[in-house]
Write a protein that binds this ligand. Structure first.
Ligand SMILES: [Fe+2]
Length: 324
């Protein structure tokens, strides 16, 4: 998942959640990753648990993230080995490891709010990665949003949730030239109401195609559109695939553990963008067409402001502490 804490008006606890900025990074042009010239020394200085002390799963998660995202940055995907390493840790982790359970108050519906507020347990954040848990009451929704340049690991800790996700269609489908179906009627910037009318037309008859030149509309392909019930596997999304834009709808109280690498950061251009999604039949864009049998798995995404009724509430994490 991965809503940036700033956009969600979530207060962060500073101090132990920030690592010192590394001033010794140089670019390795051959690998497109950063090489940390002082990292070796840093690694050996890491404090280790005392002999005989049991390491908590939360500590193991932190230690693994620290290794996996050592050379992280926007658009930098960890190696396949690193991804499997973190996936294995997440697959084995449980809600109880964080002292989180469905009977906590922030998993209950609010009788005073029209939409359900989403709780966020901030566990850790540095400039390389963040760890947190989204707490959704029944019918809570995290609207469609993106994760620019990030690799995101999500683990449903408990509950049942509907997930719909998309990736951008970067290249024009190969049959676009073979099946030119665009008519030449122009429309102005369409409003949502107009789109709904057009959709009813689509359901009754052959879609009435309109040529839309609208910068805010971009074609995306559905990656996931299913219900998930914990326990289930860790899901992973990448900068350009795996369902980088997603929407979560809680069917029951849900807890979702989110690991972002790197985290959202407005000052570095990684801000959270929200979208509306419209059926493929609602628009046509000149020169872009999708085969009939694939149209149900495509949609147009349009940027929107953060929904006014969307509220994230920072909750106090009381689980096992992380030793940095
Ligand atoms: Fe997300």
């Amino acid at each position: 998942m991965g809503i940036e804490t700033s956009a969600g008006n979530i207060k962060r606890e500073k101090g132990n959640s920030e690592l010192a900025k590394n001033k010794n990074q140089v670019q390795d042009p051959s690998s497109n990753t950063r090489v940390n010239t002082s990292n070796r020394g840093k690694k050996t200085r890491r404090r280790l648990p005392k002999k005989g002390l049991v390491v908590s799963p939360v500590q193991t998660l932190y230690d693994t993230c620290k290794d996996v995202f050592t050379f992280g940055g926007i658009g930098v995907i960890p190696s396949p080995e690193s991804i499997e390493k973190l996936r294995t840790v997440l697959d084995g982790i449980k809600a109880a490891d964080f002292d989180v359970s469905p009977d906590m108050p922030f998993f209950r519906n609010s009788s005073t709010r029209r939409t359900q507020a989403i709780g966020y347990l901030h566990i850790y954040e540095c400039d390389k990665f963040s760890i947190g848990i989204f707490c959704l009451p029944p019918s809570g929704v995290i609207p469609l949003h993106n994760h620019p340049g990030m690799t995101v690991f999500s683990k449903l800790l408990f509950g049942t949730m509907h997930i719909k996700s998309y990736d951008w269609v970067v290249e024009k489908p190969s049959d676009a030239v073979k099946h030119p179906e665009i008519q030449e009627s122009e429309v102005q910037q369409p409003e949502v109401q107009e789109l709904e009318v057009k959709q009813s037309e689509v359901e009754q008859s052959e879609p009435k195609k309109t040529k839309v030149q609208q910068p805010g509309v971009r074609l995306a392909k559905v990656k996931v559109d299913s219900d998930f019930t914990a326990p289930c596997n860790t899901s992973i999304l990448y900068p350009a695939d795996g369902g980088n834009m997603h929407c979560f709808t809680a069917l029951t109280a849900c807890a979702v553990l989110d690991v972002l690498g790197p985290p959202y950061n407005d000052s570095e251009g990684r801000h959270c963008t929200y979208y509306l999604d419209f059926p493929y039949a609602n628009f046509s864009v000149d020169g872009l067409s999708v085969p009939v049998e694939e149209r149900d798995s495509h949609a147009w995404l349009q940027e929107r402001e953060k929904p006014e009724d969307l509220a994230f509430i920072g909750e106090l994490y009381k689980g096992p502490k992380i030793l940095e």
